[in-house]
Design a protein. Structure first.
Length: 398
């Protein structure tokens, strides 16, 4: 870690690395210690935080850390540290460790826009990329001091994805070093987004689902080794790397796509917000204001989730995970739906709570199992909630 306002996010990255099975040694520059204390990382990793090249000199710590590491991640990486790396300087423990390391290096730059766009920074990054260093970001958004622009450090999820990629690549000696992939050999069918039920050629009945939760689950499953088919209602979200995407519009479309792909799935994760009803008939032309308010008769859509369970019958596959977007008393409603749908696991959230659920980047969920077990996942990014859901699902597949 180097000195930047984004240093606090490194704690989230470390936590996710530990959860993925990694052993993490943390090196903090003097500047990093100005923003966050080392005790945070010692508590997360159970290992001493290193800062000084003169610590443990007889043990050769200043080179041993670099020699023994499978990879180095610098998060956040300041312009100053990037310049030192590009020029081979080794005047502190971080740069000494990097110079003694011959494996993958991932850097996540973080700085003000003017520093990012400076020709010197561009030249240093070109040098590092030419040497095989993976550069992730930066992103655009709010910066220190109330400014806004390019230079914001990327989220931990993006760095973790990049790290998985570089560690999964064959090493120079032909060996392969990879992070744990507990879903290797599994196939998941994931649904996402809110379906649209046409009223006329330009209008539809819909809901506020952004699809982020389903996309996060698909991405996390792929990163953990699964073969993933993502059936999604209309969404502008990018397809996660390694995921096969199937675009649909209506509940009928989603039902057909799920029927087509469920046979090869070890698990079906129904994160989509499927409309319960649709207009009985779509108006052939746009309804005009001068025509007056139309009378719209609704009919029931197919219950996509119940259909998967019914077609499975008494068989063990696929394991089915349902979702319940509720308002009000969450646990009672969720348990009723768990029993009614016959799924192995139900993920429920209260969409009336501001800042989580629909159209939000964060979520907080209650995970219920058919055998009575439950897990509360407090407010966190949807990427972290996705990992919690997959952690609960994996034992059911085993």
């Amino acid at each position: 870690m180097t000195g930047g306002i984004a240093a606090y996010k490194a704690a989230l990255l470390v936590r996710r690395l530990i959860a993925a099975g990694a052993i993490v040694d943390v090196i903090m520059t003097r500047g990093a210690r100005e923003f966050i204390g080392p005790v945070t990382f010692e508590g997360l990793t159970g290992r001493n935080v290193r800062s000084d090249v003169w610590e443990d000199v007889p043990d050769g710590t200043h080179v041993a850390l670099g020699q023994h590491a499978a990879a180095i991640v610098i998060y956040p990486a300041t312009a100053h540290t990037l310049a030192k790396l590009a020029n081979g300087l080794a005047d502190d423990l971080l740069t000494t460790t990097a110079l003694a390391h011959d494996g993958p290096v991932v850097v996540a730059p973080a700085m003000h826009t003017e520093m990012w766009s400076h020709p010197a920074t561009s030249a240093n990054l070109s040098t590092l990329r030419a040497r095989g260093v993976t550069v992730v970001g930066p992103a655009s958004g709010p910066l220190m001091g109330g400014d806004s622009g390019t230079g914001r450090v990327v989220e931990p999820e993006e760095v973790l994805a990049a790290l998985r990629d570089v560690l999964a690549a064959p090493a120079p000696d032909g060996d392969e070093v990879a992070m744990p992939r507990p879903y290797a050999g599994r196939t998941l069918l994931v649904t996402a987004g809110g379906t649209r039920e046409a009223l006329d050629p330009v209008r539809f009945l819909g809901n506020r689902s952004s699809g982020r939760m389903g996309f996060a689950i698909a991405q996390a499953a792929a990163q953990q080794g699964a073969t993933v088919v993502l059936v999604t209602a209309p969404s502008e979200l990018a397809t996660p790397p390694g995921v096969r995407r199937v675009d649909v519009v209506s509940a009928d479309d989603m039902d057909a796509a799920v029927r087509l792909h469920e046979g090869v799935a070890d698990a079906v994760v129904m994160a989509a917000a499927v409309a319960d009803f649709r207009p009985e008939a779509q108006l052939p032309t746009k309804w005009r204001r001068t025509d007056g308010p139309p009378t719209i008769r609704l009919v029931a859509n197919p219950d996509v989730l119940a259909g998967v369970v019914a077609r499975r019958g008494d068989g063990p596959r696929p394991v089915v995970v349902g979702f319940a977007a509720q308002t009000g008393e969450l646990e009672t409603a969720a348990r009723e739906k768990l029993a009614a749908k016959g799924v192995e696991m139900l993920v429920a959230n209260d969409v009336s709570v501001p800042g989580i659920g629909f159209e939000s980047r964060d979520n907080a969920v209650l995970i219920l199992h058919r055998d009575g077990r439950q897990r509360d996942v407090p407010t966190a990014s949807k990427a972290l909630v996705a990992e919690a859901i997959l952690a609960e699902l994996l034992p059911l597949l085993d």
